[in-house]
Design a protein around this ligand. Structure first.
Ligand code: S3P
Length: 188
């Protein structure tokens, strides 16, 4: 039985590139819905006792992705709250598969707007020469996957409260559709 069958599926999973606002919006959404918020990057730090730049520096991106896969799949199976994934998580096929059937919101942002928010941060994938070029290249590599995995796409270059309200409107419309479908079936 999946978490969704058990009624314990996450309320919402937020995906999108670095700087899209997944953690900020996740916190607002969780507070408004009255559920827990889990940022899977924070969960990786909590479980390993290490920072993400440290994991990248000492063990490399491949090992980081393995840890990420384990942590994200555990959280998706166990939490009924709002979950924010790290920007690269959906590129791991096991994670993309685990998102099937869940409410997945893609916070979409342009390279200019997103980079303005993360420039100067300690994100390991942006270290080295020309971080803006790296940001643009990675975003271009991932954009199709974000779209494919998402059930809702929301423009994220706005204030967090406004983005959260848009998402809640989508969720309310979805559950209204689901209620009407259930009603139609029960009236047959
Ligand atoms: C990554 C994004 C980061 C973090 C790690 C790798 C990525 O999370 O998981 O540095 O591959 O895009 P944020 O999207 O929260 O910055």
């Amino acid at each position: 039985m999946t978490a969704a069958d058990a009624g314990g599926a996450p309320a919402v999973v937020l995906i999108g590139f670095m700087g899209a606002g997944k953690s900020t919006i996740g916190r607002i959404l969780a507070a408004r819905l009255g559920v827990e918020f889990i940022d899977t990057d924070d969960e990786i730090v909590r479980r390993t006792g290490r920072t993400i730049p440290d994991i990248f520096a000492t063990e490399g991106v491949g090992r980081f992705r393995e840890i990420e896969r384990e942590v994200v799949c555990d959280v998706l199976a166990a939490s009924s709250g709002v979950i924010a994934l790290g920007g690269g998580a959906v590129m791991t096929p096991a994670i993309a598969d685990a998102l099937a059937g869940l409410r997945v919101v893609y916070l979409q942002i342009s390279a200019d707007d997103g980079y303005a928010r993360v420039a100067g941060s300690d994100r390991p994938l942006l270290a080295g020469e020309d971080p803006f070029q790296r940001y643009r290249d990675l975003l271009a590599d991932r954009a199709d996957t974000y779209q494919r995995v998402a059930t809702i796409v929301v423009a994220a270059a706005r204030g967090g409260d406004e983005v959260a309200t848009t998402i809640l409107d989508h969720l309310a419309a979805d559950s209204h559709d689901a209620d009407s479908a259930a009603e139609r079936i029960s009236q047959r």
